[in-house]
Design a protein around this ligand. Structure first.
Ligand code: ADP
Ligand code: MG
Length: 630
């Protein structure tokens, strides 16, 4: 049996440090929370190499007096708590007095700090917990903490870290949540010399969302502000078009502190149940303010998981809050566009021509309203961006001697969601519709959605969306399996501005995107440039698709599914297939029906989701309906 021994102080410190300083983002969290507790109104965070090499947090807070600087780095040294009863009532972020001690046990720290009263500031350097240098120094009010070579003395923890870009993503995620919880503080984040975001600190949540998630989010928000039973719920809810395939864009604060709790997520899904597809999760940033008694105190206050003493009550209040907000947003004078319009319509755009990248994004809201306010804020030269894209076809084999492909092109050109192609670029194919071979007579289109045909002794109804989706899917799949290039190159590439993490995920999966026909390149900042896509669509559709695929790719990394490729191709074909409610002329119908029959001959009878492409009613059935026969 092993002998029981007391751990040496340095080992004990490293173990304790592991709980606070788990990875670069947790170090940043502690440092930024200290800055907030110090009353800072400006906080600048800079990291390099995923934060392992370098983290620097600068604030304009109260600073630390010279004689207390050393004490701040001792374990259980805090200025915020002295009595255990304070523990659950505290309004400060930190209170355990162990963050600085823990961080300095596993890194090199340099601090420069000055209070408003002091004439000079203090510089102190500690290496693995030991002070090595201290001097007085001229500096501004506030504190700068620099953490270098994190975990250099704990190789085991080092190995457990992910690649730099992933760690930097965690930092971005953390900082964006802090920024969302404190619109009154100007927070900037710089990673490897690039500014990722900078909030203005003007107290407006919409402006923080604009900075972090981009304009398409900022203009599709529904404000929430509701009180019941002493519980106050405020913040914003994204309109259904902002919903994504996972919950990463749901941010919940309880009394201002970021927490994880699925109750509110469920409430929002419930509220949008009829307007949103299943498997989609709404965007929101919400804060619940409630008396501390209503939070389950058995959960450690430092943890992000939280339990409510009475979940049902919170659920009900939140449900009313969300339903109310959605309802109010539908009455014209209270639309969130107006709200955004007011809060966003400041001098921001005039100062920042960077908005150029935003204007290409699809508008999800009342285009006229948005246009109106954009026109008043965006320089004229950016206006003309919704012109149809010119398209060239990339694949060599789409050539003259392949009538099937040509007919497909014609159909795509005629039926595609967006009339993007210049008509003269589409060669008219010489496809002969041989009705005799198929014995099909087209009767017409029903509800702009179904094509009715007479086929021998049967009335056949073809669902045009399901049919087209399946055709697209088969075509993409065939090309994919043959490892052919799926891209069609865009003459005018599309520039998309994403959030930091979205862009990171897209860049991480760039090779995967290429397999599916998306030719994407880094544009710097949070932007990407799309040179080629597997199928045509407007900017908004392509953006949605890229983000949906990125959710799917991330999920697939965590929980690989065997038929992932099929699913991805399915997502692509579904987005671009002709919709129900689209008028087709007779040639279009003939072409579609011809190809449906060909597929049917090959045994394909459903859309990729399993919905039938065609249903039949026999002559006998019809005659029975009319009681011609019994
Ligand atoms: P805690 O935040 O739990 O009190 P820390 O180890 O994080 O413990 O910090 C110890 C003390 O150092 C804090 O209580 C605070 O007095 C002081 N301190 C740390 N960072 C700052 C800062 N950026 N500005 C002013 N004081 C700070
Ligand atoms: Mg702290």
């Amino acid at each position: 049996m092993n002998i029981i021994k007391v751990l040496s102080q340095s080992v004990a410190d490293k173990i304790a440090a592991g709980e606070v300083a788990e990875r670069p983002s947790s170090v940043v969290k502690e440092l930024v929370e200290n800055s907030i507790d110090a009353g800072a109104t400006k906080i600048r965070v800079e990291i390099k190499k995923g934060g392992v090499g370098y983290i620097c947090v600068t604030d304009n807070g109260c600073g630390i007096p010279e004689e207390q600087v050393d004490t701040a780095f001792l374990r259980h040294a805090t200025s915020k708590l002295s009595d255990i009863d304070d523990l659950y009532r505290i309004s400060t972020m930190g209170f355990r007095g162990e963050a600085l001690a823990s961080i300095c046990a596993v890194a090199e720290i340099e601090i420069i700090t000055k209070t408003a009263e002091a004439e000079e500031g203090t510089y102190l350097k500690l290496v693995h917990g030991e002070p090595v240098e201290k001097e007085l120094m001229a500096c501004g009010n506030g504190t700068t903490m620099t953490v270098k070579n994190l975990f250099a003395n704990i190789p085991a923890r080092m190995k457990f870290l992910k690649k730099d870009s992933t760690e930097a993503g965690y930092v971005a995620d953390l900082l964006s949540r802090i920024a969302l919880s404190r619109p009154d503080i100007a927070i900037s984040y710089i990673c490897d010399d690039k500014e990722i975001f900078a909030t203005g600190g003007d107290g407006k949540l919409n402006n923080v969302i604009l900075q972090i998630y981009g304009l398409d989010h900022a203009r599709a928000l529904i404000p929430v502000d509701y009180t019941e039973d002493g519980i106050h719920i405020s913040g914003v809810l994204g309109k259904p078009e902002l919903a994504r395939g996972n919950r990463t864009r749901q941010t919940l604060f309880v009394n201002g502190r970021y927490v994880k709790n699925h109750v509110i997520g469920k409430v929002t899904e419930e509220a949008f149940r009829n307007t949103m597809m299943t498997g989609k999760f709404p965007f929101f940033v919400l804060n619940i303010e409630l008396p501390f008694e209503l939070v389950d105190v058995n959960v450690h206050p430092a943890k992000t998981e939280i339990k409510f003493a009475n979940e049902k009550q919170i659920y009900d209040v939140a449900y009313h809050a969300v339903k109310n907000a959605v309802y109010n947003s539908e009455t014209p004078e209270k639309t969130s566009e107006n709200a955004v319009k007011e809060s966003v319509k400041n001098d921001y755009y005039k100062e920042k021509p960077a908005v150029k990248a935003y204007d290409r994004q699809e508008t999800h809201v009342n285009v006229n309203t948005v246009k109106e306010y954009l026109n008043s804020t965006i320089p004229e030269k950016y206006e003309d961006t919704k012109k149809p894209e010119k398209v060239v076809f990339f694949r060599e084999e789409d050539s003259v001697n392949n009538p099937f492909k040509k007919s497909e092109e014609l159909l795509d050109a005629l039926l595609g969601d967006e009339p993007k192609r210049e008509p003269e670029q589409v060669a008219m194919p010489d496809v002969e519709i041989n009705e005799k071979t198929y014995d099909v007579k087209i009767i017409g289109q029903l509800f702009d959605t179904y094509i009715l045909c007479q086929e021998g002794d049967e009335l056949v109804l073809v669902d045009q969306h399901a049919a087209h989706e399946r055709l697209r899917f088969e075509k993409l799949k065939e090309a994919y399996l043959k490892k052919e290039r799926l891209s069609q190159m865009l003459l005018t590439p599309i520039v998309l501005t994403l959030s930091y993490n979205e862009k990171q995920t897209v860049m991480d999966n760039i090779a995967e995107y290429l397999k599916f026909g998306f030719e994407i390149e880094d544009m710097g900042g949070n932007s990407i440039i799309v040179h080629g896509t597997p199928v045509m669509g407007d900017d908004g559709t392509i953006r949605d698709l890229i983000l949906e695929l990125s959710d799917a790719m991330e999920n697939n990394i965590k929980h690989p599914v065997a038929d992932f490729e099929e699913r991805a191709l399915d997502m692509i074909s579904c987005k671009y297939a002709i919709k129900a409610n689209k008028k087709l002329d007779i040639t279009e119908m003939q072409d579609l029906i011809k190809r449906v029959s060909e597929m049917e001959n090959n045994g394909v009878r459903t859309c990729p989701h399993g919905r039938p492409i065609r249903v039949k009613i026999t002559k006998t059935e019809i005659e029975k309906m009319f009681k011609r026969i019994v």
